[in-house]
Each structure stands twice: as C-alpha cells, then as structure tokens.
Design a binder for this molecule. Sequence first.
Ligand code: NAG
Ligand code: NAG
Ligand code: NAG
Ligand code: NAG
Ligand code: NAG
Ligand code: NAG
Ligand code: NAG
Ligand code: NAG
Length: 657
Amino acid sequence: MARILLACTILAPIAVAQQASFQLTGKTFTLAGIPYFAPPAPVSQFSSDAVNEIVSQLGENNTLDGLSAFSVLPSPEYEFADSHLEAALQTWRTKDDVWSEAFLNGLYIAYNGTHDWPTSLVSPETQTRYAMHFLLHSGNRSVGAALTRELPAGPYLLDLSSGSVFEVYRLYNDEQQSFLYGTIPNPSGGYTILSAKIPGAATESIGVPSRLYFTPTAEKPLAGLRFAVKDIYDVEGLRTGCGNRAYWELYPPRNQTAPAVQRLLDGGLVLVGKTKSSQFANGEVATDDWVDLHAPYNPRGDGYQDGSSSSTGSGTAEAAYPWLDYAIGSDTGGSMRGPAGVNGIFGNRPSHGAVSLDDVMPLSPPLDTAGIFARDANMWATAGHWWYQNFTSYSGFPKKLLFPVDFFGSSFLTDPPPAGTADAIFNAFITKLESFLGITRTEMNLTSLWAENPLFIAHGPLSEMLMTTYPTLITMDQTELVAEPFMADYAAVNNGRKPFIDPAPLTRWTYGWSLPSDAYAEQIANKTTFMNWFASEVVVGGDLTSCSESIFLYPQSSGYTTYRNAYTGPPSTPFGFSAGRIAVFAETPDMVVPVGEVPYNSTITGTTEYLPVTLSFIVAKDCDLVLFDLFAVLQNADIIKPVVTGSRIYDDVPVEE
Ligand SMILES: *[C@@H]1O[C@H](CO)[C@@H](O)[C@H](O)[C@H]1NC(C)=O
Ligand SMILES: *[C@@H]1O[C@H](CO)[C@@H](O)[C@H](O)[C@H]1NC(C)=O
Ligand SMILES: *[C@@H]1O[C@H](CO)[C@@H](O)[C@H](O)[C@H]1NC(C)=O
Ligand SMILES: *[C@@H]1O[C@H](CO)[C@@H](O)[C@H](O)[C@H]1NC(C)=O
Ligand SMILES: *[C@@H]1O[C@H](CO)[C@@H](O)[C@H](O)[C@H]1NC(C)=O
Ligand SMILES: *[C@@H]1O[C@H](CO)[C@@H](O)[C@H](O)[C@H]1NC(C)=O
Ligand SMILES: *[C@@H]1O[C@H](CO)[C@@H](O)[C@H](O)[C@H]1NC(C)=O
Ligand SMILES: *[C@@H]1O[C@H](CO)[C@@H](O)[C@H](O)[C@H]1NC(C)=O
C-alpha cells in the first residue's frame, strides 16, 4: 500500500507539468500467452478502500507494473453461490474469445443480494481452483466495493495505483494483409487507429473487444458482433484512402461517419478496422495491378489464389478470420460478388438504392451499391434485415426458378455433369432447391429471349447494345467526381505535380477522358432499356406473395484457379456484357451463396487443394429480403451450409478424399 501511495506522489507533478505533450496511447500486455490491448481511457474506477482491499488480498503476488487482470460478473440474483459463478463461466468459455480463465486472477461480483461485507460469495475451494487472488463484491445495499460506474460482464484490467478499470481487446494478427489498420472508438464519438501491435508480429494487429461487454436488444440486435469496413467509406476520425497512398495523405481525417456505416453501428456492430480496397474500387489483379497497396491474400486452397476485387480486404478477411463476423464492401460491377465467389463466402450486391451512399467514394452513382459479407446465412439475414431497412418482407418464396442455359453452358444440359465438377455441384444443389420450393427449373436463354423480341431488333444483341455501357458510366462518373477534384487538390499543394495512380484506374480514367460528353446519356438510356425489359419480361417484380415472381440463377465461381503470381498483362477497359452485369444494369439484388468446392492440383503446394463453388441469385428490385430469408431457411434445412475460415470452406469434410 505504501508503494502505491509513493507512486502517486511522484507521478502527479510530472503529469501536470507535461499534460499538453504527454499522452498515453493505451497498454499492451500478454496474459497466459495471449496478446491484449487496453485503451487509454478507463471505463470505471474503484474507490481507494476497494483498492486497499485488493492489495491486501493480493499479498506478495502483485501483478506486473501495478496492473492486475480481473473479471466482472453482474448477477441479477438475490442469492449468489459457486453454482452461479460456474454457470456464468460455462457461458463465457463458449461465447467469448477475449476472456480466459487467466482473468479470474480477481473477480468482482455485483449481485442483487444483501449479505454484509465482507461475506465471501465464492468458496475458498473455488477461489483456489481458479487461482483467484482477489474477490470483491457489491450488493443491493451498496455495501462492499462499488465501482463508480457498474460494468457489464467480462475481462478487465485494473491499475492498482489509481483504481482505474480498463476494457481489454484481444489482438489478432492480420496474416492475410486484408486490413489497413485496426480501429478503436475514441472519446469524441469517432474512431482512432489502434496503436497496439502483437509483439514480434510482421503484419498489422487488429483488436477485438470482449463479446461479453455487449448484450443484444431489440434496438441493438447486432450488439457485440464485429465488422470491418472497406476503406472507401468515411468513418469519423479516420482518413479514407481508397487504395491510393497520395489520396490517403492528402485529405485529413473525416469528420463524419457515412450513414451506411452509422446504421450498422447503431445496430450494435463493433467496428474493428478498415480493410484494403483495390484502387478507387476499380478491378485490379494481384500481381500486375496492386502497385500502391499489396493485394490481400485469399485463404482458400493453396492461399495463393487471387482474392478478386475490389472489396478484396473485406472478402479475404471474412474468409480467413473466425474473430470477424461481418465485413462490408461495395459493388459497382462485381466488387462484392467477385470476392464472395473466389473467397467462398456469402456476399451480396443489393438492389440499387438500398442504403445511402453519402460519404462513400463513388465509382458510378447510378450503379454503386453497399454489400455485406458473412459466413452464415442466418447471420447474413439478420444483418440484411437491419441494414436494408426500407424493404418489406413477403409471405412466400418465388414459385419460378429461371435457369439461363447461356450462362450455365450447353454441356451442362446434354451430359449429366461428371461427379466432382462445379456443374455437378450446381446440379445437385438446384435439384434440392427445386424439391424445397416444390417446382422445377425453367430453362431459358437470356441472349435469345432478347434477340427474338422484335422491339429490340434495332439495338442488336445485348452484347452489342451494352458493350460500352459499363465503362462509359464508371469512367465518366469517376473522372468527374473523384479523379479531377483529387488531382486538382493534390496539384494545389504539390507545386502542380500529379499524384501516382495505379495502372488499372488510370487506364479507365484515360478512356473516360476520351469520350464525348453525350456518351453518358446514351449509355444511361441503354441501361434503362435493359432494366425495363428485364423487369417486365425476365424477372418480374410486384408479386404480392413473393415480391419477385421468379429467382434467376447463374454460376458465380466454379473453382477455377487464378494464381496470384501469374502475370496477366496490362489492364484493359471493362467492355462487354456478361451475367455479372445483369444486376448492375437492372438494379436488382445479386446474392452469392457457397454451394460446394472442387479439387485442383496446386502448382504452389504440389498437392490437391480445393476451391469454392458459388451460385448467384437474382430477384426483382427491392426484393432482397426474400432471398436473405430463403437462404436462412435453406441453411436451417441443411441444403446450404455455413462456411468456416481457412483453406477449406466446410469443416466436416474427411481429411482424405
Ligand atoms: C502467491 O502465489 C503462489 C503461487 O501461486 C502461492 O503459492 C502463494 O500462496 C501466493 N501467495 C499469496 C500471499 O497469495
Ligand atoms: C434486483 O432485484 C429486484 C427485485 O428482486 C429487481 O427489481 C431488480 O431489477 C434486480 N436488479 C438487477 C440489477 O437485476
Ligand atoms: C434490493 O432487494 C430488495 C428485496 O430484498 C428489492 O425490493 C429491491 O428492489 C432491491 N433493490 C435494488 C436496487 O435492486
Ligand atoms: C467537415 O469536413 C468538411 C470537409 O472538409 C468541411 O467542409 C466541414 O465544414 C466539416 N464539418 C465540421 C462540422 O467540422
Ligand atoms: C429509408 O427510409 C427512411 C425513413 O423513411 C428514409 O429516411 C431513408 O432515406 C430511406 N433510405 C433509403 C436508402 O432509401
Ligand atoms: C442461347 O442463344 C444464343 C442466341 O440465340 C445462341 O447463340 C446460344 O447458342 C444459345 N445458348 C444455348 C446454350 O443454347
Ligand atoms: C445505345 O442504344 C442506342 C439506342 O437506344 C443505340 O443507338 C446505340 O447504338 C447504343 N449504344 C451502343 C454503344 O451500343
Ligand atoms: C491431379 O493430377 C493427377 C496426376 O496428373 C491427375 O490424375 C488428377 O486428375 C489431377 N486432379 C485434378 C483435380 O486435376
């Protein structure tokens, strides 16, 4: 006790004298071999009486540097006994990855009973079993060692010299290099870059707070679930980098959080970091195009497959890290769906306009959307219902399943697909879906359906009418909305110099600058022609029971290799029409669901590895919730399965096949 008072006497004048320049940035420590971080601001405080009591119980076994780890256990019960402690620990062990028994070094129980201090609520045997060095409690009559502010359950750090209590974050290593940095909330309501690092780690460390601190409620249904945000969304207190170093440097930290992100925070989601975007959310391949940032690593298969773009950081993180529940990205021309496909996770492009994209870097406002990655269909549906709040639910599932032969390929039809191929996986899944919905697939050919419509003869085939639609819209929009203001702002403070731009966005912007000004309106017209046709003749909306009359399927990823160490040549302008462009032009949802995996012989590892096989689902515009609900129900019926992190997407596959 004397030691602690002495410390206070010495420290106080220094703290006053250097207040302006001397700032604590939190503490890092390891406990039982696990790295942790405690943010600089305490969340509560013990009185000096309580601290004296703790110190007397600790005896000679004081912990390092006047710090001690302990757990808080609030209990609504009038009685408290060992059995209440054991019941709580049972939950904590399975629910949380941050708390461990090492935090039972001390225990603070806030219970509802009226035992008089210092009655012990935990038997000496149990205290010995957990190597508990101090035990405090406060009861209904406020006897005992009350905190200045009661705390939720969980692990905490106590500073014995001040009585201050700190939350703890577990630190995880970003071995896939998916993140730019981890984040923690700052006291002014925004976020700050996590200052901590796992000792000896070569990559970023991401901190996650204990799940025990949060309890979901009707107002905050996502409380305690963790998410990461693609670095094109503004978050108060953080810079937005858009995958470009000069852009990151040039603009100050943002002073507001994008409404799309705020909606998720309001639902209780915990922001743990910003993930890498390919530059300005354009398509980039790992080896040739990611010049400013290093491309994140796709964990599937041999770990050296391209992670697709542009929501690469979010997609690879979701596929790799069990401690991350969700990651958000954006989709203009496939930036959610591509990463969902090759990383083998659930990921969606929502209906256009599903959430506000204010304070999000634009690629092309008429095409931009905000999507979310998950590994579990039920969790995906929960987040989707919360985020896309303006869509209504419907009572039944669509009764028509459209199977476009032009996208599945004719070989699929003539031969039963050989076992072990992606086509066989698609076929088996669709057969189960047919039986679940009580219908059979309707084969159709989108290309010929369009070509045979006499109204559209003058437009030529879809591939012709829509050949330049996508590149015209994205390049004319992004040059005007992002490139030109950025280059002007940069030049103004850099003696007229230009910033570095990666080859892929620069190629696209150069195309945009070459176009005549009337090209934009013409391509909006062509997009609209397609959208109206698709909504009236292919996937029809407005159904009172199922919102969308039908579900349109197409293959998203078939387990083909795209090695990240392969040189593919210079970037090109993304001309053309494909299945992936349907939702882009028709403004419909396009949701990617993992349905299996296929083997390949890896040139990296020299052994058999597996890559994900995923399907895309399209329904009518604003019918997203029908699909979210369908996938949840299909998962509950074991027709689709949640995916796990790592090389394989399922954990119940035999080791040898
Ligand atoms: C300190 O810890 C050691 C090892 O756990 C234990 O044997 C000893 O009894 C403790 N001393 C006190 C005063 O708690
Ligand atoms: C304590 O118990 C009373 C009645 O028994 C109850 O009204 C109150 O909500 C309880 N307090 C807590 C914190 O659970
Ligand atoms: C304390 O317990 C009594 C029952 O003994 C209860 O009536 C009262 O509401 C409790 N007070 C609080 C603050 O929980
Ligand atoms: C926020 O930042 C923007 C852009 O720098 C600026 O125009 C605006 O005044 C700032 N708002 C506040 C409240 O500081
Ligand atoms: C959703 O509805 C709310 C309330 O009517 C409205 O304020 C908001 O702008 C809508 N959001 C979108 C993306 O349409
Ligand atoms: C779909 O229709 C197009 C245009 O008529 C045709 O070229 C193509 O072969 C058809 N695809 C299949 C698989 O039948
Ligand atoms: C876009 O559609 C118009 C007709 O609406 C057509 O004249 C024009 O050729 C189309 N543009 C392209 C590039 O195909
Ligand atoms: C892997 O290579 C072996 C030997 O060449 C071949 O028999 C096998 O079919 C290959 N497997 C795959 C999935 O390509």
